[in-house]
Design a protein around this ligand. Structure first.
Ligand SMILES: C[C@](O)(CO)[C@H](O)COP(=O)(O)OP(=O)(O)OC[C@H]1O[C@@H](n2ccc(N)nc2=O)[C@H](O)[C@@H]1O
Ligand SMILES: Nc1ncnc2c1ncn2[C@@H]1O[C@H](COP(=O)(O)OP(=O)(O)OP(=O)(O)O)[C@@H](O)[C@H]1O
Length: 297
């Protein structure tokens, strides 16, 4: 089969439905216990096989993303031995440094796309996860792009196949929050782990009730650093149809959960009118592995 010349890959936003920080390793990295899912909103990476690596950024959030060798797309590509050179065109839709793993999603998309375009490459026969984890703790989970319980520093991934599709509004107050600063500001680094995930949820409300009893252990520290997070949380909680609001990752993006897709879409429209300065999107949360599969043309 001829090598595909153009590959398009969707890079979905990662949402930490829970994020419990259970300890710290000797090297400073924190141990996590997190239920992670993915949104149907994300970046899009187009890979055109060529003679040299090149990076082009475009789209509504392109202004704040690096377009040189420090872009995680190029950094991930450099780790894939034997991969063809390519021109990457990244349509950046996700706010940068916002707790929804945009950079990690882009790196994972680059890796998925290039691996698919590299004849004979077998990711399973490679120690790829270890190398990608060094680039970003969220990259291994973004490679899977499916709902999962995450442990270790992000490398232990146990798929959770039975969560109902959740209907969300994502809000970022347009302030970048650097992950290391939030970890550093945390007062309590050893917290209880997540309990076992129930084997069955009877529906969206049942799942939301279980999530209500879980935590994001980074939210307090992130809010102390960036008070706009409290404003986002209040705006979501103040909406009549919002069932639960929490921060994702190290912030500042928060998600509100709604009973139906229609309720989430209506809330996103209403909140966008009240807060036109914020990034607000309605989203479906669940496995995005099908949509995130490389698409050849
Ligand atoms: C908070 C989460 O978003 C939860 O999904 C992730 O753990 C963060 O993942 P990420 O943005 O890919 O983070 P990285 O770029 O690997 O790490 C940035 C910095 O955050 C800190 N860090 C990150 C992950 C982790 N488990 N413990 C940490 O202490 C480290 O100081 C690291 O140098
Ligand atoms: N393709 C990319 N998209 C976004 N950020 C990138 C990219 N490449 C490099 N970066 C850098 O990575 C850093 C983290 O950005 P990112 O958007 O992944 O943060 P985040 O959403 O908070 O991640 P996480 O939820 O994994 O903590 C930023 O400082 C940014 O400059």
């Amino acid at each position: 089969m001829a090598t595909p010349q153009i590959v398009e890959v969707f890079a979905p936003a990662k949402i930490n439905l829970t994020l419990q920080v259970t300890g710290q390793r000797a090297d400073g990295y924190h141990l996590l216990d997190s239920l992670v899912t993915f949104a149907d909103v994300g970046d899009v990476l187009r890979i055109e096989i060529g003679d040299a690596f090149e990076m082009i950024t475009q789209g509504p959030e392109a202004e704040t993303v690096p377009d040189g060798p420090e872009n995680l797309v190029l950094r991930a590509a450099a780790l894939l031995e034997g991969a063809p050179k390519a021109v990457f065109t990244l349509t950046k839709n996700l706010p940068v440094a916002s707790g929804i793993g945009g950079g990690s999603a882009d790196a994972a998309a680059a890796f998925r796309g290039l691996s698919a375009a590299t004849p004979g490459y077998d990711p399973k026969a490679d120690d790829v996860l270890e190398r990608l984890l060094v680039l970003g703790a969220d990259i291994p989970m973004c490679l899977a792009s499916t709902t999962a319980r995450i442990e270790g520093i992000g490398e232990i991934i146990s798929p959770v196949g039975h969560l109902p599709t959740l209907h969300a509004v994502l809000i970022n107050p347009r302030v970048a929050v650097p992950t290391p600063a939030v970890f550093k500001a945390m007062k309590q680094r050893t917290n209880p782990p997540m309990p076992d995930i129930p084997p069955v949820f009877s529906g969206v409300s049942d799942c939301i009730e279980w999530l209500r009893a879980q935590r994001n252990d980074m939210q307090e520290a992130a809010t102390a650093l960036e008070p706009a997070i409290a404003a986002v949380q209040s705006a979501l909680e103040g909406h009549r149809a919002c069932q639960l609001a929490r921060m994702s990752g190290s912030g500042a993006t928060c998600f509100g959960l709604f009973e139906t897709a229609q309720a989430a879409q209506l809330a996103a429209r209403e909140l966008s009118r009240t807060y036109p300065q914020w990034w607000i999107r309605a989203a479906q949360l669940g496995s995005q592995s099908d949509r995130a599969a490389p698409c050849f043309s």
